[in-house]
Design a protein around this ligand. Sequence first.
Ligand SMILES: NC(=O)c1ccc[n+]([C@@H]2O[C@H](COP(=O)([O-])OP(=O)(O)OC[C@H]3O[C@@H](n4cnc5c(N)ncnc54)[C@H](O)[C@@H]3O)[C@@H](O)[C@H]2O)c1
Length: 272
Amino acid sequence: MRLKDRVALVTGGGGGLGEAISLCLAKEGAHVAVSDLRIDAAEKVASLVRGMGRKSIALQTDVRFADQCRDSIATAIREMGGLDILVCNAGVGGYSPDRDPDKLLTIENITDEDWDMVIDVNLKGVFLCNREAIPHFKKQRSGKIINISSIGGRMPLDFLAHYDASKAGVITLTQAVAMHMARYNVNVNSVCPGLIKTDMGAGMAELLSKSHPVFRGMTPDQVFSTLVKNSVRKRTPQTAEDIGNAVVFLASDEAKEIVGQSVNVCGGMYFS
Ligand SMILES: NC(=O)c1ccc[n+]([C@@H]2O[C@H](COP(=O)([O-])OP(=O)(O)OC[C@H]3O[C@@H](n4cnc5c(N)ncnc54)[C@H](O)[C@@H]3O)[C@@H](O)[C@H]2O)c1
């Protein structure tokens, strides 16, 4: 119960890593406001959190918009009785299933719309939620912010440049916000997940099975296993709970001296 009675807000909490992060925080005693673009998904996770004996509310939020970020943070503070932990997890992969399978998402095939969507959700969304929570944390003189980046922000590939650029931006944004907030006793850090078979992870494998010359003809499962075998030193994918556990640690008092760091949770895909 390292987070007993702390209040957390998790963006993109309605599925994938956000769901696991919400449940890991609740397991350690935190009450969790679950925010997501998909309110039904957020409601489902909020009811799981309540089933664990914690308080929870679901909030419909599109993190691309400042007013929605501001409203969801204000509602969480009002209805949950405060805010101690903000986890900015909402993200998009930058590809969709209806994409032309012959067009690998190398730089020349990334459209303006692709770029804007990925930067708006993955980077601007983190900026907006950090900015809107900061006055509360400053006044309180305590708090934890954990932004979810990606190993793609450390080691870009020759496709999905927009995604990798957004995640590198999250690492640097985290450092800048951490510098500003350290004097207020607020820890700001990020987590860089490696490969996890959520909707996003499975979607990337499907895209590569259709469009990447190395993977074309494989099933999405085979693509995912090949990626793991060739890039993860431990030879196994990470689980959503691995990411949730890292978030719990960074949100706990045990991590009080960790400031502005981005923690790779990737089974040894990248070393730095
Ligand atoms: N799965 C992986 O292998 C992996 C690896 C590295 C980093 N990440 C990062 O982890 C985070 C979670 O990824 P995931 O794998 O769980 O993805 P996912 O697609 O399974 O879940 C993402 C969640 O974010 C929500 N969302 C999307 N756009 C939103 C918006 N505009 N506003 C609010 N919510 C929105 C979705 O509704 C969904 O619930 C993302 O930031 C992602 O980039 C994932």
